[in-house]
Every structure is written in C-alpha cells, then in structure tokens.
Ligand binder design. Structure first.
Ligand SMILES: NC(=O)C1=CN([C@@H]2O[C@H](COP(=O)(O)OP(=O)(O)OC[C@H]3O[C@@H](n4cnc5c(N)ncnc54)[C@H](O)[C@@H]3O)[C@@H](O)[C@H]2O)C=CC1
Ligand SMILES: O=C(O)CCC(=O)C(=O)O
Length: 414
C-alpha cells in the first residue's frame, strides 16, 4: 500500500486517535475533523507587464470555541486547500500545547513570490485582505508570517485592513515591523523556541550541546536563525539546505558567512559547486536533525536511513505518520512540529497582547515569557508520552486538542 501523503487526511487519523484516547465521542470528532470555515478567494492583480493575473487564496479557520483563530499565511506554488485545512488544525494544537487563548487558523496563496516584483507582491497582499476582511480581524482571525511571507507583507496587510476598518488596527496581524507595533523577538521566535526544545530534548538523551553535530533542512526564517543560535551555543552545524540543494562539512559550516550570503528567500546553496541533495542531507550522520523547510520530507522511504538520535520538527508536517512509527520503533526521539515550532505563535500572541494594551515589552521580557511557555510545554508533552507509553506526536495531539474540545463541549457544539 502506498503511504498517505495527504496532510489533511493523515492529520484526521491522529486527531481521531487523540480524541478516542481522551474519551470523547464521535460527535466531537465530527466537529473537529475539519475547519469550521474554509474560504477560497480569487485575487486579481495587475502585473508589471500590464496584464491582470488572477491568484487563488485560502483561509481555513479550524475552531474558535477558545478564542479568535490564529495562524500564518504562506505564499507558495504548492499551496492547496487540503494543506491549509491541515495547517489550520495544527494551529489549534499549537495554541492548546502552549496554552494560548486561540483556535487555529491558516491561509495561503498559490503563487511564487520569488518571481514577483515588490509592487506585484504588495497588490497581492492587499487583495488577499480585501477578499477576506469580513471573516478576519483582531477579535476574529489574526494572520502572521509563514513560508515566503515576511514583516513587509504583514505591514501591507495591516495597512489594508486599517483602511477598510477606518481605524489603525495593529492587532489585525502579527509579525509586523517593530515600528508598526511588531513585538521584539518575533522574527527570531520560531527558531528560539526550537532551540529551547532542542536543549530540553538533548538533556533527555544525554547529548552535550557543546560540539553536538546538527543538520538543518531549510535556511529561511526558521532554519537560518536556528543555525546561528546553535552555532553560537557551541554546537557544530554540519549540514544546511535550501530548495536548490544542501551543503555538508563534517567539521562544521561557516554559519556567519552563509547567513551573510543568503537571500531574503533563504537561498544560499546556489553560490556553491560542491553541494549534495536534500535527500542526502537528511541521511547524514549527526546527533540532531531539524527539518525546517517543508512537508513530507521524512517518509517510510527514508525513515530507516535517518542516523540522527533526535529529530526536532521545526517545519510543519515534515514527517509522515508511517515515518513517525518507524523512527519511534528505532528509538529516535521525535519532537513533533506542533510542540517544537510553537515559539512563533507564542510570541505572536505576545505581540497581539501588546497591541491590545498599547504597552510594549523589552526583548528580555519577551524571551523570558516565551522560554517558560516552551519549557513547560516540552515537559508536559514529554512526561505525558512517557507515562502513557505513546509517541510524542500523539501525546502532543492529546494535550493540544483537549482545550478546544472542552470549550466546544461547554458551548454546546458537541
Ligand atoms: N516563520 C514562522 O514563524 C514559522 C514557520 N514554521 C514552519 O517552518 C517551515 C519553514 O518556514 P520559514 O522558515 O518561515 O520559511 P521561509 O520561507 O523563510 O524559508 C523556507 C526555507 O525552506 C527552503 N525550501 C523551500 N522548498 C524546499 C524544498 N522543496 N526542499 C528543501 N528546502 C526547501 C527554502 O529555500 C528556504 O530556505 C515551514 O514549514 C513553516 O510552516 C512554523 C512555525 C512558525
Ligand atoms: O505566528 C503565528 O500566529 C502563526 C505561526 C504559524 O503559522 C505556525 O506556527 O505555523
């Protein structure tokens, strides 16, 4: 039988298992098995050549029983409705795991921003907000950056919403530039959160982070900051990659040089001749492997060849269910995405709180609060998985879905 690579249907299987184990009935699964709202929009953009191109965008809102929905928007050629559905469900889980007053949301536009001008990107970003302004907003659904979107795109989206709302609305979106009400530390938050999780996981496996050999797939927002933090902490980053290939040096890569040369889309390997493939990168001999790029990278095809002792998912959905089983059976500690990458949405929540009260925290205050949330979340999920003898993904799903399920029950939705 071929492996199920559909993120949405494979997520439903784990949600079902988590709800069953928590003792919820079929009605709860019926409610939580897909987003309560899934919107598809068509966005016309006048391109630089004078012609109009119509883009397709999505926004999925999984469940808002706990509070407004929250989650990033990605600009990528491979965006699909099912991907957005799954990503919105994972955001519910993340919010539950780090205990934020949100449900999950996620959006995306099918496009390739690497081939678009700034002017085209601005029109597309503003068009997305115009198309969805009735179902989004600071108390309804709050977007943020994700793959190939950044603080500039958040700024255009916030400005468009503020014009429609006729009110300056910084709480509409997070991941904004600091001067527009962005939080200190949001740009580094996902990677900082992953770093905290890696440190905690390494303690459980008695791995000394000084000199630990690290491989990171993806050199964008998540992967590049992560490589810097781990390198500065004394770990040896021996492999990194981007969409075009990978670099490997068993003695450790010159991370500062690579950071200096990467472009704004996280591309750096095109500057080198001596590259390996992303497939080879994942199978390198190392202590800790961090997929920080895209989905379905560790599958039943390569899970037996992964040599790392710990895999920490910075990307959303990099490991399939089948591969999760194989890695777990092989004794590899797999820390799931919904826990490992929750630092981003945690600091997004802090940004929204600061916007709502109009009072801003220092970088140290943000870091201290985020560290506590991530360490507590790791301990909680790790201990739950140990006492129940289940893998960390199922443990994270059980902890993550509980709050939304309870809130839905109290509201009489299930
Ligand atoms: N930015 C954030 O705050 C958060 C990001 N994430 C997840 O982390 C992952 C990476 O996101 P960002 O770093 O924000 O994106 P980004 O757009 O800044 O960087 C993406 C990186 O992945 C590489 N890449 C793209 N396609 C690839 C392929 N087919 N094979 C190998 N590498 C490829 C790109 O070259 C780039 O280096 C995604 O799964 C995203 O959902 C999760 C939580 C928060
Ligand atoms: O910062 C946020 O609100 C959401 C980040 C996100 O999309 C994610 O964690 O996958």
């Amino acid at each position: 039988m071929t492996e199920n690579l559909n993120l949405f249907t494979s997520t439903q299987v784990v949600i079902k298992e988590a709800l069953d184990k928590l003792g919820y009935d079929e009605g709860m699964y019926e409610l939580l098995k897909e987003p309560i709202r899934m919107v598809e929009v068509r966005i016309p953009v006048r391109m630089d050549d004078g012609k109009v191109k119509v883009f397709t965008g999505f926004r999925g809102q999984h469940n808002d029983a706990v509070g407004p929905t929250k989650g990033g928007v990605r600009f990528h050629p491979a965006v699909s409705a099912d991907e957005v559905r799954a990503l919105s469900m994972w955001m519910t889980l993340k919010a539950g795991i780090v205990d934020l007053p949100y449900g999950g949301g996620k959006g995306g536009i099918i496009c390739d921003p690497r081939e678009m001008s700034m002017h085209e990107l601005e029109s597309l970003s503003r068009g997305y907000v115009r198309a969805l302004s009735q179902v989004m907003g600071p108390t309804k659904d709050i977007p943020a950056p994700d793959v190939f979107t950044n603080a500039q795109i958040m700024a255009w989206m916030m400005d468009e919403y503020s014009r429609i709302d006729e009110f300056n609305s910084p709480g509409f979106i997070t991941g904004k530039p600091i001067v527009l009400g962005g939080s200190q530390g949001r740009d580094r938050a996902t990677a900082e959160g992953v770093t905290i999780i890696i440190n905690e996981a390494a303690k459980k496996r008695n791995i000394d982070m000084k000199g630990a050999r690290i491989v990171i797939q993806g050199f964008g927002n998540a992967g590049s900051f992560l490589s810097k933090f781990l390198h500065d902490a004394g770990a040896k980053v021996i492999g990194i990659s981007d969409a075009y290939g990978a670099l490997h040096d068993p003695d450790g890569l010159d991370i500062d040089y690579l950071l200096d040369r990467r472009d704004s889309f996280g591309t750096v390997t095109t500057l080198f001749d001596n590259t390996i493939s992303n497939e080879e990168l994942l199978e390198l001999d190392c202590d800790i492997l961090v997929p920080a790029a895209i989905e379905n990278q560790i599958t039943e095809k390569n899970a037996h060849d992964i040599k790392a002792r710990i895999v920490v998912e910075a990307a959303n959905g990099p490991t399939t269910s089948e591969a999760t089983k194989i890695l777990t059976e092989r004794g590899i500690l797999l820390v799931p995405d919904v826990l490992a990458s929750a630092g981003g949405v945690t600091v997004s929540y802090f940004e929204w709180v600061q916007n709502n009260m109009g009072y801003y925290w220092t970088e140290d205050e943000v870091r201290e609060r985020m560290t506590k949330k991530m360490v507590d979340a790791f301990e909680n999920v790790y201990n739950f998985s140990e006492t129940r003898n289940i893998d960390m993904r199922l443990a994270a799903y059980m902890i993550g879905i509980r709050k939304t399920a309870e809130a839905s029950r109290f509201r009489g939705w299930a």
